[in-house]
Design a protein around this ligand. Structure first.
Ligand code: DAT
Ligand code: MG
Length: 169
């Protein structure tokens, strides 16, 4: 009996832990300039993901170089940093079950020319160097990116009233 209760509890708690996965999603300067902030937020909100962090900032090149450190040896790196520093961006933290992987699916391929219709990049942009939105590519990089862009206090845990209509018990 106790074992059953414990195993149900552990199933429940692991499902709840999985539902607390977080991804760093950022609307890039072109997304802001083109008035796509609401459209991109709408897609994550309507999917059922939970917004737990959001800000509006004009990022420094220094911050962007850290954000894209893995790409620093690529030939397109200087242009990437210049584009990303060209105006304000909307960094966000979204939470939910498999949000990192699903967030990438919702974004579409890096090159909008290869992004399927129905995806953010597939529907809303044309070129790789103006692909309007960033999304973490792994849970590990999401953690790094969230720590880079947000302080602990700026990420806010809360319980949406409709949780039980988004997730099974
Ligand atoms: P993603 O943004 O899909 O995670 P990435 O991390 O490989 O892609 O690259 C970061 C950004 O750099 C990407 O959104 C657009 C730009 N980029 C990537 N590959 C590029 C290339 N071959 N030429 C020009 N820009 C590129
Ligand atoms: Mg990437």
């Amino acid at each position: 009996m106790i074992a059953t209760i414990l195993s149900i509890f552990s199933l429940f708690s692991s499902a709840m832990a999985a539902a607390r996965e977080r991804s760093f999603i950022m609307i890039k300067p072109d997304g802001v300039q083109r008035g796509l902030v609401g459209e991109i937020i709408k897609r994550f909100e309507q999917k059922g993901f939970k917004l737990v962090g959001l800000k509006f900032v004009w990022p420094t090149e220094d911050l962007l170089k850290k954000h894209y450190a893995d790409l620093s040896d690529k030939p397109f790196f200087p242009a990437l940093v210049k584009y990303m520093a060209s105006g304000p961006v909307v960094p966000m933290v979204w939470e939910g079950l498999n949000v990192v992987k699903t967030g990438r699916v919702m974004l579409g391929a890096t090159n909008p020319a290869d992004s399927a219709p129905g995806t953010i990049r597939g529907d809303l942009c044309i070129q790789m160097g103006r692909n309007i939105c960033h999304g973490s590519d792994s849970v590990e990089s999401a953690k790094k990116e969230i720590n880079l862009w947000f302080t602990e206090k700026e990420v806010v845990g809360w319980a949406p009233a409709n949780d039980c209509w988004v997730y099974e018990d």
